[in-house]
Design a protein. Structure first.
Lengths: 238, 207
């Protein structure tokens, strides 16, 4: 048989591609549930990390159900929306909507008799999506904890947003100013000490030098994701 | 025959080692040898891919049209790598996150393509399979040696378990941050090549 005829090559490659496609789809579909489970566990670990609870893959589920006492969805007017599971909400889709049509998930955490509000964040870095969780104290103003992560920011620069040294300065910052207006958090360009230099220690943190676009993307993400919650926060405080 | 097969397996471990002698697969050897666990998973993944890619290509070798043989080889490698990637994501999620793009980059690992072209295209399935596994293990051993050294001195741990006692740190011992960086991996590989050549004189080029 002439294995170099065009017909043979054509049939050979078609059959090969169909076989490969079938094998790969079978693998992908049969492993899907396990992979989804892993993603879910990681999400729970991240949520717990924002309130300072370290959980590993084995105890994440248990710790999550122990500390996270409620999760629900509100709209931009601050009213609860029924029938949507906050945990299963697709954040990528939500942040692409206008502020007043978004579903806004909130997780309530009870730890040592204190109540914390955890808000999921999602935005754009330099190369791809960045996301995180911000835990607010019961005054709905002071940041109790923050975790961020990214898909593919520059290692050593933008990618540092998932490191402790970048996340810790967020603790204790406030998102409302003294007059009660929402100001979010400003990330000050210029590396270490620039928030202090700008005289903005209440609502400002230092950006990563060399990672300005990621830092600014993170600032935009916090502002964009927190703004729609303003009414809810105000209602709660009354 | 059995002797020949044994040789196929043993040669890549020392005298024909893909990393130390053929200098193939260096990039991944530098990138994922910071921790032993990641290196081990990578070694197993590459071994499985080389083994089965060799086996499949060898089975198909007489039917593959020579004009598209590289494409066929790539398709086989790529699908095996995707399967490995899916399995890692399902069963060892944290390691798969650490390895990130490097699992996908197994596709471009020169060892695999090299063995397919040089060996599997012209040999029977069983020797090809053994050759593939041998080369994978040869690659893996170096990865594990390098990762062992880097994790021990870079982080003071082995397989994530602390081995350097706290009292050392209290006396002023510090982890070597430099060893975490890729250049040190290259130097370690260089030292391994040196050690091997000084033991195996036949590898030294004549002046």
């Amino acid at each position: 048989m002439n294995t170099n005829s065009n017909l043979y090559i054509f049939i050979y490659s078609s059959v090969m591609v169909i076989l490969v496609a079938a094998t790969l789809s079978f693998t992908a579909i049969s492993l899907q549930p396990l992979q989804d489970k892993n993603v879910e566990i990681e999400k729970k670990q991240n949520i717990l990390a924002s309130v300072g609870i370290e959980a590993d893959a084995n105890n994440a589920e248990a710790e999550y159900s122990k500390y996270i006492t409620a999760s629900f969805v509100v709209n931009s007017k601050g009213e609860k929306v029924e029938g949507i599971d906050a945990f299963k909400l697709n954040m990528a889709q939500e942040v692409s909507k206008a502020h007043d049509t978004r579903n806004l998930p909130i997780y309530i955490c009870k730890k040592n008799d204190n109540q914390y509000f955890i808000i999921p964040l999602r935005g754009k870095g330099l190369w791809g999506p960045i996301w995180g969780y911000l835990a607010l104290e019961s005054d709905l103003n002071t940041i109790y904890g923050a975790v961020f992560d990214h898909k593919g920011e520059t290692p050593g620069l933008g990618a540092e947003i998932n490191q402790g040294w970048f996340q810790e300065p967020f603790l204790g910052k406030t998102i409302f100013n003294k007059d009660g207006n929402f100001v979010s958090i400003t990330v000050h360009k210029g590396g270490k000490g620039s928030a202090a230099a700008a005289g903005d220690l209440e609502h400002g943190v230092d950006a990563i030098s060399g990672g300005t676009i990621t830092s600014k993307g993170l600032e935009a993400m916090i502002s964009d994701c927190l703004t729609p919650y303003e009414n809810y926060f105000k209602n709660q405080k009354k | 025959m059995a002797n020949k097969n044994l040789k196929l397996f043993v040669n890549p471990l020392n005298i024909d080692n893909p990393i130390l002698v053929q200098i193939l697969g260096i990039c991944s050897a530098l990138a994922i040898t910071v921790q032993l666990k990641a290196a081990f998973v990578m070694a197993v993944s590459v071994t499985l891919v080389t083994g089965f890619a060799n086996l499949i290509i060898s089975l198909l070798r007489n039917s593959i049209p020579s004009r598209i043989r590289i494409i066929v080889q790539l398709v086989v490698i790529a699908s095996l790598v995707i399967i490995v990637d899916q399995i890692l994501k399902a069963y060892v999620y944290d390691v798969s996150k650490q390895l990130s793009v490097f699992v996908g980059l197994i596709i471009t690992n020169c060892i695999i393509m090299g063995r397919l072209e040089a060996f599997a295209m012209g040999n029977k399935p069983l020797p090809s399979f053994i050759d593939g596994i041998g080369n994978g293990v040869g690659y893996g051993i170096i990865l594990i040696i390098v990762a062992f050294i880097r994790e021990l001195f870079g982080a003071g741990t082995i397989w994530g378990i602390k081995v350097i006692p706290q009292s050392f740190y209290e006396m002023g011992y510090q982890n070597n941050g430099l060893i975490i960086l890729p250049p040190m991996a290259l130097i370690i590989v260089g030292v391994l090549i040196w050690v091997q050549r000084s033991k195996m004189k036949e590898l030294i080029e004549k002046k």
